[in-house]
Design a protein around this ligand. Structure first.
Ligand SMILES: Cc1ncc(COP(=O)(O)O)c(C=O)c1O
Length: 421
């Protein structure tokens, strides 16, 4: 059994008064808070090691321990997403970098096409737009349904036997909707297309099993999973990673660079080192390992179950007030614990709401994201114009939140609704 009140104690940021007020943190889809265990793991590195790791680099005791601990973190990540092999896990800076690596290095011909959706985060869309323009291949967009759910029928229309890659978001950072990953992968594989799943908003909140889903590539952002900033993961099936072209080259990706007859020839290392050029973020990887331990100890099924309770309460509470338009489906079971909404009244701006919750409540500061969530195409699709300043407020919850916090939020939102009446 998880004692959730104990979990909260691991996050000192929540146990402080900020400008004399308690903090309610509802911005975890942007960045999750970090438990003490994560920064202790990083502190150990910076305090007691501080050396260079990596195979064949510094082979003294500090270098060896650094390598050992970072490779342990890679093993933890392998088990977290149930990859088949540690060499399928590549450390990146963030999910964006992982998506750029795939888009830039996958062998692609002009006559082939890429299929993605209107609901992608810009990080999942623009690398493929860039590559398709460079190669002259077609980028096809599956139009998400207006409630943010995945449109399988449209997907089946867009995909064909020339589709090289299908890239889509597993859980949306804007609507919280969860895509039917297994079904999408089966359809993609029937056309011999490869699948990239953007797990930035799914893997921190529910069990991801890349092996049983049979996904080809996935990306994660560790900072959204209680880990440090500047660390991400690119997962790929090993044989597919081998087929990708090089991305960054330089130190650490090299087996040898031969100088012969006035020419140099580079021999590159296999994955994962193939994609980990230059000195790595060792402290960050150790922090990532500690974050994975932390989530595994809670259990990802417990995380999902708890978030469903939050999701129901939050969604139903906002809808009941009848003053706010909610993006995404009205069934909480189809979502992660995230609700994006905006006032029905055109006179009230999303920034006014954010300011009210951040500054004007007597005892609390409720921290939420306001504006646009890097999913402009979908916003245009549903009639919003980011260019004209249309935006939303997003409340996104995680393991350290409580039902009581949702109640405080809903009561404050009700007060706000009365003010704007
Ligand atoms: C669904 C989704 N994909 C990708 C990203 C990009 O993540 P990062 O900024 O860590 O690269 C985000 C960030 O919010 C996201 O929500």
């Amino acid at each position: 059994m998880v004692v959730w009140s104990r979990i909260r104690k691991d996050f000192p940021v929540l146990n402080q008064l900020y400008e004399g007020k308690s903090l309610i943190y509802f911005d975890s889809a942007c960045m999750a808070l970090k438990p003490v265990q994560v920064w202790e793991a990083m502190e150990y590195y910076y305090k007691y090691l501080g050396a260079c790791g990596g195979a064949g680099r510094s082979t003294h005791c500090l270098g060896l321990e650094t390598s050992l601990l970072t490779e342990e973190a890679r093993k933890k990540m392998t088990s977290f997403i149930n990859a088949s092999d540690v060499n399928e896990i590549i450390w990146t800076r963030n999910a964006t970098e992982g998506l750029n690596i795939i888009a830039a290095t996958i062998p692609l011909k002009k006559e082939q096409n890429i299929v993605t959706t209107t609901l992608e985060h810009h990080s999942g869309m623009l690398p493929f737009l860039k590559r398709s323009k460079e190669v002259g291949s077609e980028l096809r967009l599956v139009r998400a349904k207006n409630d943010g759910t995945f449109d399988i029928a449209d997907f089946e229309k867009q995909i064909d036997d020339n589709t090289k890659i299908v890239s889509f978001v597993h859980a949306s950072n804007l609507t919280g909707t969860i895509a039917p990953l297994k079904e999408i992968i089966e359809i993609a594989h029937d056309h011999d297309a490869l699948v990239v799943s953007d797990e930035a908003q799914y893997a921190p909140h529910a069990k991801l099993d890349v092996k049983s889903l049979d996904t080809d590539f996935s990306v994660l952002s560790v900072h959204k999973a209680c880990g440090p900033t500047g660390v991400g993961v690119l997962y790929g099936k090993y044989d597919l990673l081998e087929e990708l072209n090089m991305f960054l080259v330089g130190g650490d990706v090299i087996e040898d660079v031969i100088y012969e007859n006035g020419q140099i020839t580079a021999k590159y290392l296999p994955p994962p080192q193939k994609f980990e050029a230059g000195l790595q973020n060792y402290g960050g990887m150790m922090g990532a390992g500690a974050a994975i331990d932390y989530l595994q100890n809670i259990g990802m099924d417990n995380v999902r179950q708890r978030e469903q309770v939050f999701s129901k309460k939050l969604l139903e509470g906002i809808l009941e007030l009848d003053k706010f338009a909610v993006l995404g489906p009205l069934d909480y079971k189809q979502r992660t614990a995230l609700v994006s909404f905006r006032p029905k009244s055109a006179e009230i701006n999303h920034n006014d709401i954010a300011e009210y919750f951040n500054d004007m409540l007597p005892q609390h500061k409720i921290l939420m994201r306001a504006g646009n969530m890097c999913v402009h195409p979908f916003q245009y699709q549903i009639g919003m114009s980011p260019a004209k300043g249309d935006g939303i407020i997003r409340a996104s919850l995680y393991i350290y939140n409580t039902i009581n916090e949702i109640e405080i939020f809903l009561s404050a939102l009700e007060d706000f609704a009365k003010i704007i009446e």
